[in-house]
Write a protein that binds this ligand. Structure first.
Ligand code: AG3
Length: 281
């Protein structure tokens, strides 16, 4: 008889994975962590019962969270990542030749260690990259205290439940504002809109008093079930979001970065939201 992993995010609707083999399972200092071999999505990592990443579809999420703000910025030298312990986002950020340093603040050392071991294609050596600096700590403390500023800040958090909850609050967004350089861009995972409808309106309510441009963009990630995953976007320079296709295409081509999901046309289209979301803002 086979074993199933059933996600616990939504009370009365879930996805299940056939578990071929549990590779690691433990309660860390912060959360429950499991990494298992699945039937059709390769290796899968879940925190507190919620799917975080799978080998098969992680590229969609990580490419969209990294490349959309980085190509919009065009010359991001200093990048800050909050969370992202599996290393997939750091891997994509470091593909940008203009990035001189990427600081990653992850609360849970065990997530980094176990993902390096059991999901090596996520970080793909990024933690050994001399441009990467890893800080173990809570993202909210870092942005409240940090004396450095960044061109792009990315929040690759869990959902607003447990350790990730503070990363969706006004004090966190105020910290983000103080750590962003002029013209800087903040992007953050913001939940699956159809299943977590309040996340878009709440983030909009909290971000828009602090930033002159607040928006959301979207991508469908199969294992974040229930439709489109949204990403929050905030900046004090509206022109970075209004870039035309030919500028983005020129930057993308010049970078030499090979993607499997992101491309400049999709970048622009991703900001077009379904009407039920537009109406919720
Ligand atoms: N962290 C975001 C997971 C969101 C899951 N939420 C959901 N399915 N509604 C992903 C971490 C990948 N680096």
């Amino acid at each position: 008889m086979s074993e199933w992993f059933n996600e616990t995010l939504h009370g009365d609707y879930h996805q299940g994975f056939n578990v071929r083999e549990v590779l690691f399972e433990s309660k860390t200092d912060h959360q429950h962590l499991v990494i298992f071999e699945s039937g059709s999505f390769g290796r899968v990592m879940a925190l507190d019962g919620i799917i975080q990443t799978t080998e098969r579809d992680e590229f969609i999420y990580h490419e969209m969270l990294a490349h959309t703000p980085l190509f919009a910025h065009g010359n991001a030298k200093n990048v800050l990542i909050i969370g992202g312990g599996d290393g997939g986002l750091l891997r994509e950020v470091l593909k940008h030749p203009e990035v001189e340093s990427a600081v990653q603040v992850e609360i849970d050392q065990a997530v980094i260690d176990m993902c390096v071991k059991y999901l090596p294609n996520h970080s793909a050596g990024a933690y050994e990259n001399p441009r990467a600096e890893i800080v173990i700590g809570d993202g909210i403390d870092f942005v409240k205290q940090c004396d450095r500023q960044f061109d792009v800040i990315l929040s690759d958090s869990t959902d607003p439940i447990g350790p990730g909850e503070v990363l969706f609050t006004s004090p966190f967004y105020e910290g983000i504002k103080r750590c962003l350089k002029p013209g800087g861009i903040f992007a953050a995972q913001n939940g699956v809109a159809f299943m977590q409808p309040d996340e878009v309106s709440t983030s909009h309510k909290r971000l828009s008093p602090l930033f002159s441009d607040t928006a959301f963009y979207a991508a469908a990630v199969p294992t974040y079930i229930g439709g489109i995953m949204t990403f929050a976007w905030a900046s004090n320079d509206p022109s970075v979001r209004a870039l035309d296709l030919s500028t983005l295409q020129a930057r993308f081509t010049a970078s030499g970065i090979k993607t499997r999901y992101y491309n400049p046309a999709l970048h622009i289209g991703a900001f077009a939201l379904p009407q039920y979301l537009v109406d919720s803002l």
